[in-house]
Design a protein around this ligand. Structure first.
Ligand code: ADP
Length: 256
């Protein structure tokens, strides 16, 4: 499903020092794209994602999904959060967590089992279905969150720094797994990160956001490389360099 934002501004209760967090954001995400929102902490990446999810409404402007104005959350959009603990129901097993949304939506027993099993297979958790979140590593918890989203079969997958709290090795493994899943389900994915390598490992296109308040999209970078990304490819190295300089400029603005 295509996502369109036009002249979107957003302020939390009057804004940061009276200014909106986001101002005049125009954005089109074609169906099936893997898009990255990259930017310094606090610039408004999560806010932008929440507007697409429908958790918040733009102060001005409009967000459209498949041509329809977003007025709230919907089954067409699934979300994965950064939190390792608060995002999962601690009293439910892995299967219980993955099936939760399907139960809420009164999906039949047979479909619920099939959709949950398929999602658990995609994240390699089929052998851990009876475990409680307490018994899982951080990486496994995030895979449960991804499976929970996949089980609902959303057209759009929204991910807010899902691997930020994990160690570098686990993060890299999950990045690879996520690209495989995305290629299999062929859905639109929007992924928020402040990590440049993560952006280049995952995205077909990277949007670099300016520092807030009144943040917007500063530059857009296409990543014309196949998956898995070869970090020694001259194009990868060149993009890494350009993005590092571009983001550094924004971080400097925040601190000056
Ligand atoms: P990022 O995801 O880029 O780190 P956020 O979208 O979380 O940035 O936050 C952007 C700005 O909005 C920050 O200045 C943050 O303090 C502020 N902010 C975020 N959530 C709220 C909220 N619920 N109420 C008020 N201000 C908020």
């Amino acid at each position: 499903m295509t996502i369109e934002m036009s002249s979107v501004s957003f302020a939390y209760n009057g804004g940061t020092k009276g200014l909106p967090v986001l101002a005049d954001v125009d954005l089109t995400v074609p169906d099936g794209e893997f898009l990255i929102l990259l930017g310094p902490s606090g610039c408004g990446k999560s806010t932008l994602l929440k507007l697409i999810a429908g958790f918040d409404k733009p102060t001005t402007g409009e967000v459209k999904v498949a041509g329809k104005t977003v007025t709230g959350p919907g089954k067409d959009r699934g979300m994965v959060f950064q939190d390792l603990d608060s995002a999962l129901f601690q009293w439910l097993t892995v299967r219980g967590n993955v099936e939760f949304g399907l139960r809420m939506n009164k999906v039949s027993d047979a479909d619920r089992k099939r959709q949950a099993d398929e999602a658990l297979r995609m994240v390699n958790l089929s052998g851990h279905v009876d475990k409680l979140p307490d018994e899982l590593s951080g990486g496994m918890k995030q895979r449960v969150q991804i499976a929970r989203m996949l089980a609902m079969r959303p057209e759009i997958m929204l991910m807010d720094e899902p691997f930020a709290a994990l160690d570098a090795q686990t993060r890299q493994m999950l990045q690879t797994q996520l690209v495989t899943i995305w290629s299999e389900v062929k859905r639109t994915a929007i992924y928020v990160t402040h990590d440049i390598r993560e952006a280049l490992n995952l995205g077909q296109r990277v949007l670099l956001m300016s520092a807030g308040p009144r943040a917007g999209i500063k530059h857009e970078y296409e990543v014309p490389l196949s998956y898995p990304r070869d970090q020694t490819d001259p194009t990868y190295i060149d993009l890494l360099d350009k993005l590092s300089k571009d983001i550094e400029e924004e971080v400097t603005k925040v601190w000056s």
